[in-house]
Design a protein around this ligand. Sequence first.
Ligand SMILES: [Mg+2]
Length: 374
Amino acid sequence: MSEHKIEQFRVHRISIPAKAVHSHGSGDVAGITVAILEIVTDTGITGWGEASPWPVFTGTAEGNAAALHIHLRPHLIGQDPVQVEKHMNMADKVIVGHPEAKAALEMALLDITGQICGLSVCELVGGQMRDSMGMSFSIANPDFDADLDDIAAMWEDGVRIFKFKTGFKDHKFDLMRCEKLREIYGDEADIRVDYNQGLPAYDAVRCIRDLEAFRPTFVEQPVKMHEREALAHIAHVIDTPIMADESVFDPKGALYGVQHRIADIFSLKIMKSGGIRRALEVAAIARAAGIEVYGGCMFETGLAHAAGTHLMAAVPDLLLQCEFYMATYYAAEDILTQPFPVKNGRVYVPTGPGLGVRVDPAMLEKYAVDTPLA
Ligand SMILES: [Mg+2]
């Protein structure tokens, strides 16, 4: 037991506009709408957490704010913040689903625990395997010319990994964009493709075979999340590695994924697994089966990016890097007191105890959403 008790538990709903609309096989997104959790102990330590849902993928910001404030808060006031597993076990018993709310809770508890003992979150969950990792930017602007300008600026910044969001217009548009990028940047560009469930299962293999001409490093989630047999078939017949994102959320999903070999790679996201430690369980299941992992994100601020970076810093092997680009290259503004650390196309693990980043309360006020929920 620690000497600390949870005294305050506040949920802030915020919405930050994006620099440009991003289109995906499962719809358009024009901003970052999330719930920020602020836990304060009776000893004056503040821990921050973020629930970053995507309504067509995991859940809603409103639902997660309610899950935190109405359903979880009463079980946490007066409790010892260091007993992380005890609280996460409680959360699983009190509410089904809502992995983003659970990720926010674990993030804030680990942030406090790290500050108490002087260790960073990646050290708390096992240790720091790396201090930086390559960053992928998602090419998702329906106006491809605008995207090409952004890519040119990022290339100057040292960004070399680009992930096309496909399946929202037509196949010809997807092929044209991949061809154009290869033509301009040659083999120095690391091109990936993410359909976000946008391909019809009956014709997915033929479309992916066409794209293989442009040598993508992987193809992500071509078919709907529940079409796991189709995904397994695609992974079996296509030479390019296939990644499961929407089809693998948590350790149970990972177990099904390895038993049925539905993909060659799993995308790890704390918003799917319900926190960093559950994502490490997904990584362990994948590793035992020879499946690679990747550091994915949702539409997040630099706060959730920091937690995701600590997760990916703790993964034993990381060949495919990560995509924590939102705070730097997508959001109009971030909520952290210091810029989220990105340099020369690489994401750096925040240093210092806990998450290693702090939230600026003025930004929570600036982007506050106060529309009533009913
Ligand atoms: Mg994805």
